[in-house]
Design a binder for this molecule. Sequence first.
Ligand SMILES: [Zn+2]
Ligand SMILES: [Zn+2]
Length: 151
Amino acid sequence: MEKIKHLEYFEKIIIDNGIIMTPQRRAILDVLFTNRKRHLTVEEIWHQAKNIFSQIGIPTVYRTVNQLESIGILYKIMVQGNCCKYQLTDHEEKNKHRHFICTRCGSITDIYLPEMSMTEQQIENRYHVKIENQNIIYYGLCTQCIQVSEE
Ligand SMILES: [Zn+2]
Ligand SMILES: [Zn+2]
């Protein structure tokens, strides 16, 4: 039930943006939702989506993730080697989830902030804009790589 409610939330945004909810897009959305705590490549999304809708082609997955990113419901995270990983934005916490990428091992950590930061409010006030989404990435060493370099 919880899943249906959240999927409906994302479906509504998609439809409101004039994108038709085809079986292919529904399969992709389902995969993204099931893996919403992870960061997936287009290939990974495609492999899983094929289990739901077998005729889906990889160009459709590319097109769909670009569409979903452009309407602000998907994070696009550039990782090493020009590869991108994708993750559905959070239902209630749309503005708060950020990413930390380890420059040594490439691991991605989700960073959750409790509420809209002061900085974002300052940006809105100073530039007279309304922030609806963000895609901020921090770079550095992850916990494991710090431990390895200290040993
Ligand atoms: Zn690391
Ligand atoms: Zn994430």
